[in-house]
Design a protein around this ligand. Structure first.
Ligand code: B12
Ligand code: SF4
Length: 270
């Protein structure tokens, strides 16, 4: 299929977590999603702008969007980053109101109704696991198909907020590609976490597993991932570590796992 979209993943300017001292993290969720979109929709032109690493403020982001001229922008938010995601979408719409704005991540997954009410600049919210849904959504937008058939999406339909049914989770996490660090290769030397590994140690994030079976009342993660713990195989995790280290010189590798359950990867090769 010929794809015309030019999509821009945006890591917006953010406030830092002062408790953790001085650090610059890679935009892990965007790298994981971009890798999947790139593999499944090879005709699509994909770019990632990381405003932290490129030291872009809001004006800089606006200029970047103007020159990239994307047809869609995608951004990701924890609760603390909600306003920066909304502002990113607002800027995109100021540059060109035809740019389709898509957000996802933990905060928007839990608050789709409230978020679509509060932020008219957001067109689509991808709830929960993003890979399959975002590919389906991009294809459907490209083909001018029926958004009502895209599972896991919330959106405005003739002014009415609509929440399509949830999408089942991916059963085999080994089927996911490695995160698309090649799309931020220029920035790799900048990612670091001083308190954990020093100023000059290359910091990368990878996933071994998603979710958790416990249900701590203060935690959003178990609910976000359907109260299940799914893991990649031990071999896949080892291959991914080797790949990040050998290809990109990643030395401080931070596992994003909600629960490590190291001893319980019993179905995996050791
Ligand atoms: C690594 C990490 C960090 C790193 C930085 C990460 C980064 N990339 O910027 C550091 C250490 C700096 C950090 C800081 C903080 N963190 Co933190 N962090 C994590 C951790 C462990 C992994 C994040 C990750 O990469 N996950 C893997 C990705 C793939 O998962 P995901 O984001 O959910 O994405 C999937 C879907 O949600 C969806 N999706 C996500 N985004 C998008 C976007 C689009 C467009 C689409 C279509 C889909 C989509 O698709 C993805 C793939 O399926 C998570 C826990 C976790 N396991 O997620 C906590 C977590 C995100 N952090 C959390 C918190 C609270 C914080 C802080 C606020 C802590 C504090 N008290 O100050 C700060 C915020 C700093 C800031 N201003 O950004 C909470 C957020 C809870 C919430 N309700 O928002 C989490 C969930 C931990 C927890 N158990 O509660 N964090
Ligand atoms: S991820 Fe941690 S805090 Fe959240 S439910 Fe599981 S054990 Fe509890």
């Amino acid at each position: 299929m010929q794809m015309n979209s030019n999509i821009l993943f945006v890591e917006p300017p953010r406030n830092f977590w002062f408790v953790m001292g001085e650090y610059l993290p890679p935009p892990s969720a965007l790298l994981i999603l971009a890798a999947y979109v790139e593999r499944e929709l090879p005709g699509i032109d994909i770019d990632i702008v990381d405003c932290q690493a490129d030291r872009l403020d809001w004006q800089g982001l606006e200029r970047y969007i103007e020159s990239a001229n994307p047809s869609m922008i995608l951004t990701s938010g924890f609760t603390t980053n909600t306003y920066s995601c909304a502002r990113t979408c607002e800027i995109a719409k100021t540059v060109n109101e035809d740019i389709v704005t898509i957000v996802g991540g933990i905060h928007f997954s839990f608050t789709p109704e409230e978020s679509l009410q509060s932020f008219p600049e957001i067109d689509y919210i991808v709830r929960g696991e993003g890979e399959l849904t975002v590919v389906d959504l991009i294809k459907t937008l490209e083909n001018k198909g029926k958004i009502s058939q895209v599972q896991g999406v919330s959106y405005r339909n003739n002014g009415k907020i609509t929440h399509n049914p949830a999408r089942p989770l991916i059963e085999n996490l080994d089927s996911l590609p490695y995160p698309a660090y090649h799309l931020v290769e220029e920035n790799l030397k900048r990612y670091h976490f001083t308190m954990m590994a020093g100023r000059n140690t290359r910091y990368m994030i990878l996933e071994g597993a998603r979710g958790c079976e416990h249900q701590c009342s203060f935690c959003t993660q178990w609910n976000h991932w359907g109260s299940r713990w799914r893991t990649k195989s031990a071999k896949r995790i080892a291959d991914e570590i080797e790949f990040l280290n050998e290809t990109y010189g990643g030395v401080f590798l931070w596992f994003s796992d909600d629960h490590m359950k190291l001893s319980l990867r019993e179905n995996s090769e050791r």
